[in-house]
Write a protein that binds this ligand. Sequence first.
Ligand SMILES: [Zn+2]
Length: 283
Amino acid sequence: MNRFFFSLILLVALLLLGGDVHSQAFPPATRAEMRVARAQRATRNVSEPEEYLVGRAVAARILTANPLVQDPKLQLYVNEVGQTVARKSSRPKTYRGYHFAVLESPEPNAFACPGGIILITRGMLKMCANEDELAAALAHEVAHVAHRDGINSIVKSRWAEVAADRRIAAAKERGGRAAEMATLYEGSINDVFKSIATNGYSRTAEWAADQEALRTLSRAGYNPVALASLLTKMVAQEKRGVGIYRTHPPTALRLTKVNMQVKDLKPEKIQKVRDQRFKEQKI
Ligand SMILES: [Zn+2]
């Protein structure tokens, strides 16, 4: 897709999706978020191109086990919603931008790879009752990217090794190819993959991502209550022992906290245009 066409699609997406019906303000950064910010500073020596390289390798690994959904219309739609949300996040731009993709997997899950590649399963889409809930799921993942939670899971001593590795410096100098660089960064890629796909992030990181998601949804014109309604369904799934609980624990606690934030907001009527385009998708 050429750059012009891509920009055009983004522009159309902006016009279609950029409503402003919800503008409830959410409180400024909490203590949990401050801790996340401190963690970000601790790994600030990971450059944006390096973050992108690690993130792309992690995404490639997830894609080997979960192929992409072969439905360009659905992929484009999820990207439009995702870009709208990302633009209103605390990190609207990354080195190579945000990319959203739907994986062919019945298990409800979503993965935020460093640098902005966000993968969401068909199972997770099926759980979303409307576009606002989809936006809520994506806003939570965008927040993980914004907070650099994936990159922060790289074992600190390992990054020191990477920084001191002369092979990496030499490869960079001669413009090393992606595959070669990925081999040199393998340990870091393993760390990030483990935290994204197996172990999950800390409670603090999850809570901070939810807080940011509420603010992002509000700024993007989506109803923040959608995060609570989505989490409610995830808690029910968790009780049945399926899905996302492995990577996003503990959902019931997250729901309690989110409910406290949105308790004074009334669930608003879903916009007709959104409802229609959501229903048009073959999910
Ligand atoms: Zn999460």
